[in-house]
Design a protein around this ligand. Sequence first.
Ligand code: IDP
Ligand code: MG
Length: 140
Amino acid sequence: MSGNKTFTMIKPDAVEAGNIGNITAMIEKAGFKIIAMKYTKLSKEAAGKFYTVHAQRPFYQDLCQYMSSGPIVAMILEKGNAVADFRTLIGATNPADAAEGTIRKLYAKSIEANAVHGSDSDENAQIEGSFFFSAFEQFA
Ligand code: IDP
Ligand code: MG
């Protein structure tokens, strides 16, 4: 059975562009409850740790630089089928390929500065949520 929680970040480009409100409104309209929320800034080291899974990819250094370039908003979201439904709401990694009406189609600037993160599995949602929110019972 798929889980009912996922993890997201509003990335530095979208915070800088003033789209926190627009993006959280889309998230809530799509039926997700925001059950944890934090405005913060990642160090380059913390970004590197968060994206360890991509350490061997050619864009890893740039990604860590970008993700630590400005504030982000981390959130845990609750909804049935949360992981898959949220990936549908955000659209493809590259905004050029993202479906009309998705968050990335509307707000992403590039394949790297693509407005939002969305966990890709229940297991990673739990790991990523725990990275930002220490009160684990909120997320259990
Ligand atoms: P996802 O965010 O859609 O799950 P991933 O493949 O997990 O995409 O990549 C993580 C993040 O790394 C992307 O959201 C994007 O910010 C960045 N990224 C992915 N592919 C590229 C690329 O080819 N060039 C530059 N940055 C990339
Ligand atoms: Mg991913």
